[in-house]
Write a protein that binds this ligand. Structure first.
Ligand code: BG6
Ligand code: MG
Length: 211
C-alpha cells in the first residue's frame, strides 16, 4: 500500500549539483583549497556543513571562519539559483507528480537543503506539494532518517506506506532507516541498495513501482 511519495529535491526534481559545484569551486579557489568534480560527487545529498568538512579534508579552521565560508558559498549558490526556472525540472518529473495527484497519493518533499522552498517556487512546483521538509525542518541531516519521518508526519501517513525517491547514497540510507521503501535514481554503485532503481528520472515509471 502506498499513500504518500516523498521526494528528494537536488538530483531528483532538478539538477542543482552543477550549481553547488560552481559555488563551492569559487569559494575553494579563493581560499586555495583543492576541489574538483570528483570531490563534488561526495557532497551529493549531504548538508552544507558536512560538505565543507569534506572539502577541508582534515584541515582545521576556526568556527567563525567555518561559518563565514558556508555563508559565502551559499551567497554564490543563491546568485546562481536566480537562473533556474520550470525549464530545469528534470524530465518526466512533472507528469509523475500529476499522476500521483490524480491517484490521490500525497506528495511531500524531504530535502537537506535550506534553499528548498525558493527552488520549488522558481520551478513553479510548490502547489503540487502537500508538505515540505527541508534543511530547516530537522537538526540531523541525511543519512539520519529525520527529514523523511518529519515529511511523513506532515502528510499524516505511516512510514511503511511512504515511498521515497532519492538520488544520493546518504538519502537512500536515510529512507531505509526511516522504514520506507525507496526508488533510487542513478547508477547501481550509488543507489543499488534502493528497493527499485531507475537510471534517470525519465525512465521512472509509477506502474513498475506500484505493481
Ligand atoms: C542537498 C544537496 O540537497 O542539499 C547537497 O544534494 C547540499 O549537495 C545540501 O549540500 C544542502 O544544501 P543548502 O542549499 O542548504 O546549502
Ligand atoms: Mg539529491
Amino acid at each position: 500500500m502506498c499513500k504518500a511519495f516523498i521526494f528528494d529535491l537536488d538530483g531528483v526534481i532538478t539538477d542543482t549539483a552543477e550549481l553547488h559545484y560552481q559555488a563551492w569551486q569559487r569559494m575553494a579557489d579563493e581560499e586555495g583549497y583543492y576541489f574538483d568534480r570528483e570531490i563534488n560527487e561526495k557532497l551529493r545529498g549531504v548538508s552544507r556543513q558536512a560538505s565543507l568538512n569534506i572539502i577541508l579534508n582534515g584541515k582545521t579552521i576556526s568556527e567563525e571562519k567555518f561559518e563565514t565560508l558556508m555563508t559565502r558559498k551559499n551567497g554564490y549558490y543563491v546568485e546562481l539559483l536566480n537562473t533556474i526556472s520550470a525549464k530545469d525540472i528534470l524530465p518526466g518529473i512533472e507528469s509523475f507528480l500529476l499522476e500521483l495527484k490524480a491517484r490521490g497519493i500525497k506528495v511531500a518533499l524531504a530535502s537537506a537543503s535550506k534553499n528548498a522552498r525558493p527552488i520549488l517556487h522558481r520551478l513553479g512546483l510548490t502547489s503540487l506539494f502537500d508538505a515540505i521538509g527541508d534543511g530547516w525542518s530537522v537538526k540531523r541531516s541525511k543519512p539520519a532518517p529525520d527529514v523523511f519521518i518529519h515529511a511523513a508526519g506532515q502528510v499524516g501517513v505511516n512510514v511503511d506506506e511512504c515511498i521515497v525517491v532519492e538520488d544520493a547514497e546518504a538519502g537512500i540510507d536515510a529512507a531505509i532507516d526511516a522504514g520506507m521503501r525507496v526508488v533510487g535514481i542513478g547508477p547501481d554503485e550509488r543507489v543499488g541498495h534502493a528497493t527499485w532503481r531507475f537510471t534517470d528520472t525519465k525512465s521512472m515509471n509509477l506502474g513498475d513501482i506500484l505493481g
